[in-house]
Design a protein around this ligand. Structure first.
Ligand SMILES: Nc1ncnc2c1ncn2[C@@H]1O[C@H](COP(=O)(O)OP(=O)(O)OP(=O)(O)O)[C@@H](O)[C@H]1O
Ligand SMILES: [Mg+2]
Length: 302
């Protein structure tokens, strides 16, 4: 195993009785990256994250977190991890600020200025003195994030951090995650919000029925559908010419009057060359992208 990675899962599996929640999972999250974990309900995301946090014992396989084995090195490793898994465990009868104070005292070594700074960061400064029992779902989630960040962890493990947040809150989290990445923190987060993950994650994994269906960048998931949209002056004439080519017989006119067609080789430059060779000058040529949601559903349906 590459001990330099932030998280390494090898052949990881978890059964609950006869139900297999996670099966033969191999996954590496490199240090410093923001890694998104996607998958439909019941895919095994939370179970995997709980294993990473030492909260659930794997039925099979090995896992290393920040270079240490879980559970053997948990005592050394887990204090460097900031967890947010499902409903954060908070003291409901205490204020948001006091929750942070109590936890800071337990952890030790948290500078006093850190708490007001964090309350500001997660947008709770104004309500910091209210009891948590009076907080809304989104406010509890924000406080949960502040808890995860309290001791400036090297690795954040966040299970659906956007859960319950309004659009402004989601945007704040995105900024917060980028800021964390910029200071070198590794982030492993799960989400159902594809658009959200796309905007903040370096790489993603898609889990389907406990198995890995995809790992890579969002761009390569989306990929090019191998088709191009070409803007040119004489679209009708170009369309006739393209349809007469063996590779262009399915060319069609797009909604904005542009031509949509494949390329003789699959590459945009060769389409451009072919068009130019026939006397058509393209104003613009863009790859048609696969819809991310469609790509996701393709991997996780059926
Ligand atoms: N403690 C448990 N006992 C029995 N089965 C469990 C337990 N925890 C999870 N499971 C099962 O494991 C599977 C994976 O659940 P998990 O919570 O990891 O999915 P998830 O990807 O987080 O889903 P969601 O998107 O809904 O949060 C499900 O079939 C679930 O019913
Ligand atoms: Mg879950």
């Amino acid at each position: 195993m590459n001990s330099n990675a932030a998280i390494e899962l090898r052949g990881l599996g978890k059964r609950f009785g006869r139900r297999t929640a996670v099966e033969d999972l191999d996954l590496t999250v490199e240090r410093g990256e923001v890694f998104g974990f996607l998958g439909p309900n019941g895919a095994g995301k939370t179970t995997t994250m709980r294993m990473v946090l030492g909260l659930v014992r794997p039925s099979a396989g090995r896992l290393r977190v920040l270079g240490g084995a879980i559970p053997e090195d948990s005592a050394e490793v887990l204090p460097r991890v900031g967890p947010l898994v499902e409903t954060p465990a908070l003291y409901l009868h205490l204020s948001g600020r006091d929750n942070l104070r109590v936890l800071a005292a337990e952890l030790g070594g948290v500078p006093p200025g850190r708490i007001p700074e964090l309350l500001e960061l997660v947008g709770l400064a104004e309500r910091a003195g209210d009891r948590v029992s009076r907080y809304s779902l989104g406010m509890r989630q924000r406080l949960g994030l502040a808890v995860a960040l309290l001791h400036q962890p090297a690795l954040l493990v966040l299970d659906e951090p956007a859960n319950g947040l309004d659009p402004a809150g989601i945007r704040e989290i995105r900024a917060l995650l980028r800021q964390q990445r910029d200071r070198g923190t590794t982030v492993f987060l799960s989400s159902h919000v594809l658009g959200e993950v796309e905007r903040v994650c370096d790489r993603i994994a898609i889990l389907h029925r406990g198995r890995l269906a995809y790992t890579g960048t969002v761009e390569s998931l989306r990929g090019s559908a191998g088709r191009f949209r070409v803007g040119l002056d004489d679209a009708d004439r170009a369309l006739r010419w393209l349809r007469a080519q063996p590779w262009g017989s399915d060319a069609r006119l797009g909604e904005a009057g542009e031509v949509e067609v494949g390329s003789p080789t699959g590459r945009g430059r060769d389409l451009n060359l072919a068009l130019a060779g026939a006397g058509f000058v393209a104003d613009s040529l863009t790859a048609v992208q696969r819809d991310l949601e469609a790509a996701f559903l393709e991997l996780t349906e059926g």
